[in-house]
Design a protein around this ligand. Sequence first.
Ligand code: CA
Length: 600
Amino acid sequence: MTRSELATLAALLPVLLWSCGGGGSGSDASTPQPAPQPPANPPPLPANVTQQRLLAAATEPSQWMTNGGDYQEWRYSRLTQIDRGNVSQLGLVWFSGLDTNVQQNSTPLEIDGVLYVSTAWSKVYAFDARSGTQLWQYDSQVPDAWRAKVCCGLKNRGVAAWGGKIYVGTLDGRLVAIDARTGTAAWSVLTIDAAWRYAITGAPRVAKGMVFIGNAGAEYGVRGYLSAYDAETGRLLWRFFTVPGNPATGFENQAMQTAAATWSGDWWRIGGGGAVWNSIVYDPATDLVYFGTANGTPWNQRYRDPSGGDNLYIASIVAVRADTGDYVWHYQATPGDTWDYDATSALTIADLSLDGRTRHVVMQANKNGFFYVLDGATGELLRAQAFTQQNWTDGVDMTTRRPRVRPEARYGAGQDFNGIPGPQGARGWHPSAFSPQTGLLYIPTQEAYFAWVHDPSYLPSDTGYNLGIDLSGGNYYQTHPAAPRGFVSSLQAWDPTRGARVWSGESNVGPTGGALATAGGLVFQGGGSSQELRAYDGASGAKLWSTQTRTGVFAGPISYEIDGRQYIAVVVGSGASTPSAPNLSRVLVFALNGTAQLPP
Ligand code: CA
C-alpha cells in the first residue's frame, strides 16, 4: 500500500467504522441498545402528554413536553440548579451520534425520563434521558429523490408528543404518529399533494387532541396551508389555506374571497406561496392557533402580481379558531412582499404591561427586521419597532399599521437594491427565548445584506428554485464596490415593553443558534458555525461559560431534570462540507460536574 493510499484509508476510517455500526468509545453508537427487561408492574404510558399537563407545564419544570417548552413557547426552564454562580462547572454527561450528516435544527423533547430527538431526513430517536442509552430509532424512509423538492436543507426542527405518541412531519409530506413505547408507526397520513413541491421541516404542535402541521415550499411554487389532525386516529379535522386558489373553482371561505381581492393575474397557477413552515402556537387564553406564513411565489412581486397588491395572507401572522380552523384575524407584516420576508420566525405569547395596562399579546421578531407586538384576541398592532438594521422602510405607520416602504426597495428592471435584511433575514428559524425573570426576549439576530437584482428571463413555467431574481446578485458588488455587504449575527436581549435592545452577545459569521432561558438567570445559545455552546448572564449579557462542540450549533437547547439533577440538551451538527467529511451530528447532554469527553 502506498503512502497516499494509507492516507486515504486513514481519512476514511471514521466513515468505515461508522458504516459498520461501531462509533468508537463513548455513546456514538448507531445501533439500538438491547431493550431493558420489562418490570413486574407495567410502566406508565411514555410520552403521556395531555391538555392538563401542557396547561400546567409550569408546575412540571422537570419536563420539556412541547417544542417551545410550553404553550406560550417561552423556551424558558424554571429549573434553578444550574445558575450564574456554578455554570462554570457545567460539563458533558453523555452524547450520542446521529446518523444523518446534514445540518441539525431540532429541539428535543424530554418527557418522564425519555429524550426524543428528531434529525435531518425526518428520523426520530428515543434515549434514556439520564444515561443516553438508545431506546429506539424510527426512520421515516424519505426517498432520496425528495431532496430535489426541498429548498433549504433536509432538515427537521422537532417532534410533538401526546397520549403516548410522538409526531413527526416528514420531508415527503407525511405526518407520522410513532408509538412512544416501541418506536413503530401507529399511523401515517399524507398531508400534501405530492404533485407539488411541498416538504415538511417544521415541528408539529399539539393541543386539545389535535396535531397542527404545515409545510414548506414557497420557493418552489405551492399553496400554503395549516392542517389539524386527530391525534389518536390521524383523521383530517380542518385545513386553512393561506392564499386563495383559482377563483373559477370557488373559494373555501370568506377569508379566501377577501384575500383574492388583493391579488391579480394567475397567481394560483404557481401556488401563490404563504407556506406555514415553522411557527405554530396554540394559545389557551384565546383558544386560537397563531401561525406565520412565508413569502409569495415567486419572490419577485413584479412577476407574481404586477399590480402590486398586498397578496393576503403571505408574510403574515394569522389567527384561526383551534377547533374549526375558521379565520379570526391576521396581521400582514410585509404587504406585497418581494424580499422573501417570511413571517415564520418564533411566535411568543405573554402578558405584558403596555401603556399602563396588562395586554395578552403575541410577539414576533420578524425576518423583515421589525419586532411586532399584537393583541392575542384581536390582532391589534401594539408595537412595531426595528430591532436591528433595515433599509427597506422608513418605519411602520402605527395608524395604517403598514410599513412605509422606500420606493427604491421595490427593485425591478434597471433598479437594483442593496437591501438589509436580505433573504437570510434579520433572523431565521433559530428559536428565541423569553424570560419572565428578566422580562427580556432573547433573539438570534442577523445582519445580512443582499443585492436584489431583477431577472428579466423569468418564466413562470419553470419549475424548481425559480424566484424571479438573479440570485447571484449579478455584478452588483463589482459595480458598487463601496456598497455594504456581509452576514453577521449575535444573540440580543430585547425589552419588549420599552422596545429597546438591552445587550448583545458575541458576533458570529453567518447565522447564530437558538436560545434557551432559565430561572437560574442564564441564557444558553449555540454559536452557529462558531462551534460552541454558550451561557450568558440573562440580565447583563456577560458570557459565563462555553464549550467546544466540534461542529456548528444552530438548534435550540432545552433543559430537564431527573432525580434532582438538571440537564441541558442540544442537538448539534453543521452538516457535511464534503461527502467524506466525518459525521459530527450529535445530541449533547450537560450537567454540573459532567466529565464525559467528545472524541478528539
Ligand atoms: Ca422563504
